[in-house]
Design a protein around this ligand. Structure first.
Ligand SMILES: [Zn+2]
Length: 58
């Protein structure tokens, strides 16, 4: 009983400055090949930093 949406993987978004995982997002691995790199607010750095995707979450 395969349902739609199985290609979406759950990922953490990690601050590239302090390495804290601040966000969780999903990505469609079929449509999106490249790694995500987003500018987001980091509460640890208390400024906007680049966040990259980390390991898959279970
Ligand atoms: Zn940070």
């Amino acid at each position: 009983m395969a349902k739609r949406g199985d290609h979406r993987v759950k990922l953490g978004l990690v601050c590239t400055v302090c390495k804290n995982r601040n966000y969780v997002t999903t990505r469609n691995k079929i449509n999106t090949e490249e790694k995500l790199l987003l500018k987001k607010f980091c509460k640890h750095c208390r400024k906007i930093t680049e966040h990259k995707e980390s390991e898959k979450l279970k």
